[in-house]
Ligand binder design. Structure first.
Ligand code: GLY
Length: 557
């Protein structure tokens, strides 16, 4: 039945080209390129390269700048993963995920008063230590020089653009936003909505960043700033103490590596699930002749959805902080992928509930941000960091001016309670003191013959891994340019809910019609924000592709 659909497939491909996804905005250069969601932060990254910095300096400067200019996810109060690939060296990962405070209990969220907006939802922030660790080992410029552009943006102010105005107005108008310091910091003085062209000044955040610029990361974890966070926590019943802050360490970890059709794909290791799940999915898909089916054929889509489900079951079953949980090494092997591939039936979808009979099912914004950098020498950086929800828990630390994450909600909130709606209660990712919560962040670097050809990643909670899968496959399997790969519609299945979410469902009526009889439920949802760089292996030309689903800017030397 499926084989008779090639005409339909061609039709779908044509329809797709004309689909409503915003086109990526591109820049091409033989020199350095920076791509991120926030235009002033992209400019900071580019200026850092022009001032003699390398890609790591530019990434660190961009990350600090985004803590000012993209407050919904750019941060110093959160955490993330930075992948670094230096020419001729094995790629590495700086992991700066938040940790559970020492006082956190496994059933923290059993108390109905502890919601994602609570001070207790905050993990011990990792960003400042992570950026400092990356900079110390891999950067070239003086630390102060990479932090000061953020200080200047915060103290002198910067111009609000449409994406920021929409985000700020939405969060400020939401009745769930109650923290007085948040409203005072991000509200307009006259109480009116933000407009494009307004100037946002963040004096307190500027002072905090200045302390970090002058005294280094210790200023955040041991000095006056640590005292301010502890005071904030004590005042509001939060858990983080000065001792938690002092104990925080960022790690350098070996990335997850797999091969796919001759490409080397590197992603972050646990405590992110991204690298493992992406490798598992690519390994499964490599066993099929995907290209025989076009990108938007029911066959390729069915195979991808079935693959996604299987990887997400393993995510729930096995993945968590590797310092607390033993993760089976076979998950990323080709043999294991072959076994899973053999369980995929081309004629019908496997119901999600059948994939993990041992996990008892109960009845009952994903705001992160990614940026990509490459410098003139080919040093590549792929960084994803987050506050968890947009604007984290919507709390600004009084006196310090930064927004706190609510990353504790990335732990399995209710032990033992795995639900058909997508709640996961399995053991590997349950809360324990000092443990890192499981992430889906998937900053990726793809190499061909030892040289980077694609730097990508995305926000989007659990959808992140599938957004990255779509972009990587679009380039490596389907030969799309990076701009086409970023603009193309994406889809996501995460095991539960047993539904595939598609961008632009209305553009694919025939595809949806063909998927339903196979047993797939399909719904519509926008997905991800994948600011990426593609590098032509023949010419070395770099193309930065800013994903315009939200906003974004690609700049080049
Ligand atoms: N908070 C999003 C993630 O780490 O996956």
């Amino acid at each position: 039945m499926l084989r008779s659909l090639s005409t339909l497939t061609l039709l779908l491909l044509t329809t797709l080209t004309a689909s409503a996804q915003p086109k990526a905005e591109t820049v091409t250069s033989k020199g350095g390129v920076v791509v991120c969601v926030s235009p002033p932060a992209a400019d900071v990254g580019l200026n850092t390269l022009k001032n003699g910095g390398n890609a790591v300096d530019a990434a660190v400067a961009t990350a600090f700048a985004m803590s000012v200019t993209w407050p919904e996810a750019g941060n110093i109060g959160g955490g993330g993963f930075m992948m670094i690939a230096a020419p001729g060296k094995d790629p590495t990962c700086i992991e700066y995920r938040e940790t559970a405070p020492a006082a956190a209990k496994v059933d923290l969220f059993a108390d109905a008063k502890v919601t994602w907006l609570n001070h207790k939802a905050a993990g011990v922030p990792g960003t400042v230590r992570g950026l400092a660790r990356a900079h110390k080992k891999y950067g070239k410029l003086e630390w102060k020089l990479v932090v000061m552009p953020a200080v200047e943006l915060a103290e002198e102010g910067f111009t609000v653009n449409a994406a920021l105005a929409v985000g700020l107005n939405r969060v400020l108008a939401d009745r769930l936003t109650t923290n007085a310091a948040f409203k005072q910091t991000y509200g307009k003085l006259d109480g009116k909505p933000w407009k494009v062209g307004d100037t946002l000044v963040l004096k307190e955040l500027g002072r905090t960043l200045r302390l970090i610029a002058e005294k280094g990361a210790d200023a955040f974890y041991t000095g006056e700033l640590a005292g301010l966070l502890e005071k904030e926590m004590k005042a509001e019943g939060g858990l983080i103490t000065r001792t938690d802050l002092e104990a925080y360490k960022a790690n350098e970890r070996k990335p997850i590596h797999t091969t796919f059709r001759g490409y080397d794909v590197y992603g972050p290791p646990p405590p992110s699930s991204g690298g493992v799940a992406l490798a598992e999915m690519l390994n499964i898909l490599e066993t099929f002749d995907l290209k025989k089916h076009s990108r938007w054929s029911p066959e390729a889509t069915h195979l991808m959805i079935e693959t996604m489900k299987r990887a997400y079951v393993d995510r729930a079953r096995h993945l968590g902080d590797p310092d607390y949980t033993k993760i089976p090494p076979e998950l990323t092997t080709k043999d294991y992928a072959k076994k899973l591939a053999a369980t995929i039936d081309m004629r019908k979808a496997t119901p999600s509930a059948d994939l993990a009979p041992e996990i008892t099912l109960d009845k009952v914004s994903d705001s992160t941000t990614h940026f990509s950098v490459i410098d003139k020498d080919g040093l590549a950086v792929s960084n994803t960091y987050t506050l968890e929800n947009s604007y984290g828990n919507r709390v600004v630390v009084r006196g310090a001016g930064y927004i706190l994450n609510n990353e504790m909600t990335d732990f399995n909130a209710r032990p033992g309670l795995t639900t058909r709606l997508g709640g996961i209660g399995t053991k590997p990712n349950q809360i324990a003191p000092g443990k890192r919560m499981l992430s889906s962040m998937t900053p990726v670097i793809v190499l061909k013959d030892g040289k980077p050809v694609l730097i990508t990643g995305s926000p989007g909670g659990r959808t992140i891994i599938n957004t990255v899968l779509c972009v990587v496959l679009n380039v490596t399997e389907y030969g799309m340019t990076v701009a086409e790969a970023v603009s193309a519609p994406r889809f996501h299945h995460q095991w539960f809910p047993d539904v595939a979410r598609f961008e632009g469902v209305k553009d694919f009526p025939e595809l949806v019609t063909k998927l339903k009889p196979l047993g797939h439920s399909v719904t519509e949802a926008r997905q991800g924000d994948a600011h990426s760089i593609g590098i032509d292996p023949k010419t070395g030309l770099r193309t930065g592709a800013a994903d315009k689903r939200l906003d974004g800017k690609a700049v080049g030397e």
